[in-house]
Ligand binder design. Sequence first.
Ligand code: KMH
Ligand code: ZN
Length: 274
Amino acid sequence: MEKLIITAAICGAEVLKEHNPNVPYTIEECVREAKSAYLAGASIIHLHVRWDDGTPTQDKERFRVIMEAIKKECPDVIIQPSTGGAVGMTDDERLQPTELNPEMATLDCGTCNFGGDEVFTNTENTIKYFGKRMIERGIKPELECFDKSMIDMALRLQKKGYISSPMHFDFVMGVNGGISAQIRDFIFLRESIPQDATYTVAGVGKNEFPLAVMAIVDGGHVRVGFEDNVYISKGVLAKSNGELVEKVVRLAKELGREIASPKEAREILGLKPL
Ligand code: KMH
Ligand code: ZN
């Protein structure tokens, strides 16, 4: 079985210090959290950035500064900026980090309710626009799918030339408004992607570690981090993103799956070597 790629989603756009005081906002806090995840075994950092007061931003310069600061401490880590940003941002606002030509970036494959009145909007034209941008700049998209219909959308747009192949999916499961996170849902999603595709799974809240185990035994990959979950176990806040990654490493070891280094993750995902 392929080695396990662990992605750490260290920050997100919605989670706050009120939920866990270790959620990073400042440059130094982002570096601290990325480094803790990297040292624990993460080969990819999925990155959102904030201003120092916690306000989410897609500002290109903020991304540049934080990406450079992370690279200083974690020289070979793969940094995967978000193009989802935060609910309500415009397409061009969200696309700013692609101007930095990162190796990867997320590409959200459909519109999703996020609870209350919040709607995360990704029209078909938005997805085409983002997909084209990533092809033009040689950025590998991580296809974020909050539901099965988003996989179908990605497959249709791949056939039309808006998304490159082999495809790499992220099943985001357990969002209020997206697919639930039961075993049958996981099997449904992983059986819906092409043979040559890879996938990672991001379980939201209490779904994070059960889904990690499913992906570990199935040969998929795993995303954890404060963006998705702030608890290390029931009612106990995680001290760092590194602590969440360490738990995945322990589970993988128990189940006989080795952890991929950033170099090995690049090989598995078909990224250029450093
Ligand atoms: N914060 C959500 C609105 C992504 O990173 O691409 C979008 C999100 C997905 O987190
Ligand atoms: Zn994200």
